[in-house]
Design a protein around this ligand. Structure first.
Ligand SMILES: [Zn+2]
Length: 423
């Protein structure tokens, strides 16, 4: 797929630092009006009022795929192209519409629950310019080597390749150890990886690289992992909240996460307003091949009201805590359902005097399966005691606790340290 370098550069130059909230709001209204008056799909209503649009989720979006996309591709055709690419690990095939080549990406999820995302050549250029501006260290016009670890490659990512940028894709379907030599040769300045793979890379002894910027993507970045990675590479870890649905947030030079409010309009669906937890409902200003309007993501974000010293007026978020499916369902003592957020469990376990090196927690109805490394009686006793104190404090019925040996999960699957398994 050919991506116009000129359009990338234009997008790069147009992407700016917003320091005036009034101007940002005006810009958003202009973008929204444009989107709502020009979208060409057969699914969304014709209205200039965002509230007239239904709030949808991945299931509704996928069920109406053929009506939502404007390039004339069916759900089946798109899946076939994307799945063939994933299996062969050759991500070059595209769908050719009348106006443009269309790259096809799959979002993560169980087999029946995967989303398909379409990106045209122009959208790709726009995205590339935008993400480079938000994530590249200054000075911008300097030669950079980027190592990007992902589960699936995409035209999107290769669009950033240029004379200034040497971009290499590292396939997470291969064991990490097999990438060490290539990394030592490439000597990347910028390292982009899912949080859990980054943490494991930081433990590799034969690795001799010194990246200038480290960016964690796709998974929850936990404080202890962040510390370990920073210690190994002697650099702060930044985050890009980039998913197939869009590029939603980035960490600024101060390491604080900001929503990309000049690219995406974000409404908040509060799940725990008192503590600032919400799921984002996103409306993407720039998607034409497959408009994304009021699409609710299944993620838990925590809001942060404090202004940022970087001066940006983009809303801040304290953290990305996980998916809504990561919320454990407990019962109060009088039998009401109670949302037990993953952070409650996480903070209890890592807050122990001697926390485990690794752990995972899965809820299976009334039980918690706790996988531990190392697995020993002291740790089992400490964790049982601390969790039961937590349950008591929250006034919920205690879970039955079951302890098992921890095994490393495969890197090509999205890592969830704490989750609830559906029966
Ligand atoms: Zn900031």
């Amino acid at each position: 797929m050919k991506i116009s370098k000129l359009k990338i550069l234009q997008s790069f130059l147009q992407t700016k630092h917003w320091t005036d909230i009034e101007k940002l709001r005006q810009f958003q209204q202009k973008k929204l009006r444009h989107l709502l008056s020009t979208h060409k799909d057969k699914f969304y209503p014709n209205s200039l009022n965002l509230e007239d649009y239904p709030i949808i989720d991945k299931a509704i979006f996928m069920a109406n795929f053929n009506q939502i996309n404007t390039v004339g591709i069916t759900n089946e055709e798109a899946f076939n192209i994307a799945i063939t690419a994933e299996k062969s690990r050759d991500f070059s095939p595209v769908f050719r519409s009348k106006q443009s080549d269309i790259a096809i990406g799959l979002s993560s999820g169980t087999s029946g629950n995967r989303g398909i995302f379409l990106v045209s050549q122009d959208e790709c250029a726009l995205w590339a310019g935008y993400i480079l501006k938000r994530m590249l260290p200054k000075p911008y016009f300097k030669h950079r080597k980027i190592a990007f670890f992902l589960r699936a490659d995409s035209h999107l990512y290769h669009s950033v390749n240029s004379r200034l940028i040497d971009f290499k894709f590292y396939d997470l379907f291969q064991p990490l150890i097999q990438h060490i030599e290539k990394l030592n040769q490439q000597q990347p300045d910028i390292l982009i990886m899912p949080a859990n793979a980054l943490k494991r890379l930081a433990q590799m002894e034969d690795l001799h690289i010194s990246p200038k910027k480290i960016i964690s993507v796709a998974e929850v970045l936990e404080d202890d992992a962040k510390e370990q990675i920073e210690k190994r590479f002697r650099q702060p870890v930044f985050q890009a909240y980039q998913c197939t649905e869009g590029f939603l947030a980035h960490s600024c030079e101060y390491g604080n996460l900001h929503l990309n409010e000049d690219a995406v309009y974000i409404e908040r669906d509060w799940i725990d307003k008192q503590n600032g937890r919400f799921s984002p409902i996103i409306t993407d200003f720039n998607r034409e091949s497959q408009p994304v309007i009021r699409y609710r993501l299944n993620d838990i974000l925590t809001a942060c009201d404090a202004p940022c010293p970087c001066g940006s007026v983009f809303a801040r978020i304290k953290k990305i805590e996980g998916r809504c499916d990561d919320i454990l369902i407990a019962q109060t003592k009088n039998g009401q359902l109670f949302d037990l957020y993953p952070d409650f469990i996480r903070n209890t376990i890592v807050g122990l005097k001697q926390p485990p090196q690794e752990y995972r927690v899965e809820q299976v109805s009334g039980s918690l399966k706790i996988y531990l490394k190392p697995m020993n009686n002291d740790l089992i006793n400490d964790i049982s005691l601390a969790l039961n104190q937590l349950f008591e404090k929250l006034k919920i019925k205690p879970f039955h606790l079951e302890f098992l040996e921890y095994t490393e999960p495969p890197l090509h699957q999205k890592f969830h340290r704490i989750c609830r398994l559906k029966k």
